[in-house]
Design a protein around this ligand. Structure first.
Ligand code: 13P
Ligand code: SF4
Length: 312
């Protein structure tokens, strides 16, 4: 007999109690995963939450760098992921050996790194940023100090524009946000002239130029609640729309599209590797577990704590 969705959900709830586990989830997870999580958030809030967890185990329903961040910040906890292959194109775009050379080619530069990177890259950084605090953190660095920013060139370009500050950018990108089509977005704007366009800063500049508001997933969620608009064109991974509907049930949310409107290129293939069945299995077996080399963890923690200290 195959287990129903309700059976799986009840077993996850039972196993959570038995194994003293807290489930943290990102807004891009499937709706049912968001609904079973104890806490959902953007990268910054998830990092803060992970740091303060008192349970013995964290199950991280997100992508690998997020779970790794939880382990870096709260190393005495066992950190499980539903699928070890849930990576991120930004983290993959920045291999440690090439980044070490990049860094060596820019001596005296402050190394500001987006949280979407591996522990090894965090360990080579001076300070980590997320999309919600990158502008403030860059603004806090003395203007005479040169900066290298990795791995997202689009977020980097947006931060440069907001801060009016040059930075040397690593050439990485998010495969989801870079595929949103400018042509499709303009078509949606013509079709829904009263809609407010909200976008994640991982999108290319041509897309961000069309947006009324740019921010992290949490800031986009907040925007739909506080703005008086009835309709929003959402230019980020559509998983966030589940929380938007919950928080602003009377409003309408239109997901932005990629060039080929029949493909689901606007969903993150890594985030969507996680399923309720894999969460159930991870809680049953205590695997897969995130394990880190202690020297790298400590170095990466230093850069993450610099960020958290700044964003208290
Ligand atoms: P947020 O920190 O805005 O949630 O972004 C995470 C992410 O991976 C966006 O693609
Ligand atoms: Fe990485 Fe992009 Fe997926 Fe976010 S949406 S986890 S940046 S691949």
């Amino acid at each position: 007999m195959t287990a129903t969705a309700t059976d799986i959900e009840s077993e996850i709830k039972r196993l959570k109690q038995e194994t003293d586990t807290v489930i943290l989830a990102h807004y891009y997870q499937e709706d049912e995963i968001q609904d079973i999580a104890d806490f959902i958030g953007d990268s910054l809030d998830l990092a803060r939450k992970a740091q303060s967890v008192t349970h013995s185990q964290i199950l991280f329903a997100g992508v690998h760098f997020m779970a790794e961040t939880a382990k870096i910040l709260n190393p005495s906890k066992r950190v499980l992921v539903p699928d070890m292959d849930a990576g991120c194109s930004l983290a993959e775009s920045c291999p440690p050996n090439l980044f070490a050379t990049f860094k060596a080619n820019h001596p005296d530069h402050i190394v500001v790194t987006y949280i979407n990177c591996t522990a090894e890259i965090k360990a080579m950084s001076d300070i980590i940023v997320t999309s919600s605090n990158a502008v403030d953190i860059v603004n806090s660095i003395p203007r005479e100090k040169p900066i290298i920013f990795a791995p997202d060139r689009y977020l980097g370009a947006w931060v440069m524009k907001q801060t009016n500050r040059p930075m040397v950018l690593w050439n990485g990108s998010c495969i989801v946000h870079e595929t949103f089509s400018h042509k499709q977005l303009v078509k949606l704007k013509v079709r829904y002239p009263d809609a407010r366009v909200i976008a994640h800063p991982e999108c290319p500049e041509s897309i961000l130029n069309e947006a009324d508001f740019v921010g992290s997933t949490k800031k986009l969620l907040n925007d739909v609640v506080v703005q008086p608009h009835q309709m929003f064109i959402v230019v980020t991974e559509p998983g966030i729309i589940h929380q938007m509907k919950k928080n602003a049930p009377d409003k309408t949310f239109i997901p932005a599209l990629s060039e080929d409107e029949t493909c689901s290129c606007n969903t993150c293939p890594f985030m969507k590797l996680n399923t309720m069945e894999k969460i159930q299995q991870a809680l049953r077996t205590g695997k897969p577990e995130v394990i880190l080399q202690e020297d790298i963890r400590q170095q990466a923690e230093r850069a993450l704590l610099a960020m958290l200290e700044h964003s208290r």
